[in-house]
Design a protein around this ligand. Structure first.
Ligand SMILES: [Zn+2]
Ligand SMILES: [Zn+2]
Length: 334
């Protein structure tokens, strides 16, 4: 269910709101980054309340901005409006429904995809065919509170600070690479630049893939052809696929990791000639991600967290893949 902007929000929609304090004037309201009326702005909306017996209300401590949020903000992803953006977060359980087996005060991150529990994928513990995503199909994390089903909670280890915990989702997305048919002894290459490629490289190394290289296909074409067993793409475009097809040996594989937002024209010729397999992967295990995130020097990649009021600047900075990961600081908890 969408958070309806209050009458007050509808009237004050837009830049004037960005001067508001993050504290609600009314405990039933909160400020949030909202897509509505074909634009994205900081608006005053109703705070979420429990809607189902297994629902939980999480007080958001930190929320990260990623490419999906930028797509929604730009109108590049269809959402029913109004919609609160954001799907990468860590926070503290503030309220739990009678059938939610979680303690108030629990420190958690979130798996942002809520499975439908009715499709062929859900029936065989494969990816859900029609998951509802936080920040896209459901109201998300860029507000003081968010409602999620208890099954979406990912408990954080005690030694993982909440800003680092907000990075569990990107780590889980990266752990998906391990679902591909690759082995630790394989020679692999991660293609891309910036944060996501670096994270994929670090996760593979942390998981014992010692023969993995990081390569920017735009910068240099010097690597010898057919010198890797597998390639991992982290920003899918035709040039990256062509580069991967050149670098991977015959009967090697290309792991498709990024979530392409648009159709792509690919030359399948080199892939067919070398019998290279394309292997798409979706998500790894979120609990494994929560256990791993503290070991990945995530802090070095995070920009200084900023309040929601700075949302325009934060979103502008998030467009630079080489800059630090942008984070909102909400509740003040760490
Ligand atoms: Zn994300
Ligand atoms: Zn399903």
């Amino acid at each position: 269910m969408a958070a309806a902007p209050s009458a007050d929000a509808a009237a004050s929609h837009g830049a004037r709101d960005s001067k508001d304090s993050q504290d609600s004037r009314d405990s039933h309201e909160m400020l949030a980054v909202v897509r509505a009326d074909g634009r994205t702005s900081l608006s005053r909306v109703r705070r979420p309340t429990l809607a189902a017996p297994d629902d939980v209300i999480v007080r958001v401590a930190f929320a990260g901005v990623c490419r999906t949020d930028l797509r929604v903000a730009d109108g590049g992803a269809a959402v029913s409006e109004p919609r609160i953006l954001g799907h990468e977060l860590a926070g503290v359980v503030e309220e739990a429904g009678p059938r939610a087996s979680v303690a108030r005060g629990a420190r958690v991150s979130i798996d942002p995809y809520v499975a439908c529990r009715a499709c062929a994928g859900c029936a065989r513990e494969a990816p859900c065919e029609a998951p509802a995503m936080l920040g896209l199909d459901l109201d998300g994390a860029f507000g003081s509170h968010v409602r999620v089903p208890a099954a979406s909670l990912v408990p954080l280890p005690d030694d993982v600070p909440l800003d680092v915990g907000a990075f569990v989702e990107p780590v889980a997305a990266t752990l998906a690479i391990l679902r591909a048919s690759i082995a630790r002894a394989d020679r692999g290459v991660v293609l891309g630049r910036g944060r996501i490629a670096r994270l994929a490289y670090d996760v593979l190394r942390a998981k014992g893939f010692e023969r993995v290289a990081l390569h920017d296909p735009e910068r240099d074409a010097s690597l010898p052809a057919s010198s890797f067993d597998f390639a991992v793409e982290t920003a899918l475009d035709a040039a990256t696929v062509a580069c991967a097809a050149r670098l991977v040996r015959p009967r090697g594989r290309i792991v498709l990791k990024s979530r392409a937002g648009a159709p792509l024209a690919i030359d399948f010729g080199p892939l067919l000639r070398k019998e290279i397999a394309l292997e798409p992967v979706w998500y790894g295990d979120f609990r494994e991600a929560a256990a791993l995130v503290g070991r990945l020097e995530v802090r070095a990649r995070l920009a200084a967290p900023r309040p929601l009021a700075a949302f325009a600047e934060v979103f502008a900075a998030a467009r630079d893949e080489r800059a630090g990961k942008q984070l909102f600081a909400l509740s003040g908890e760490r």
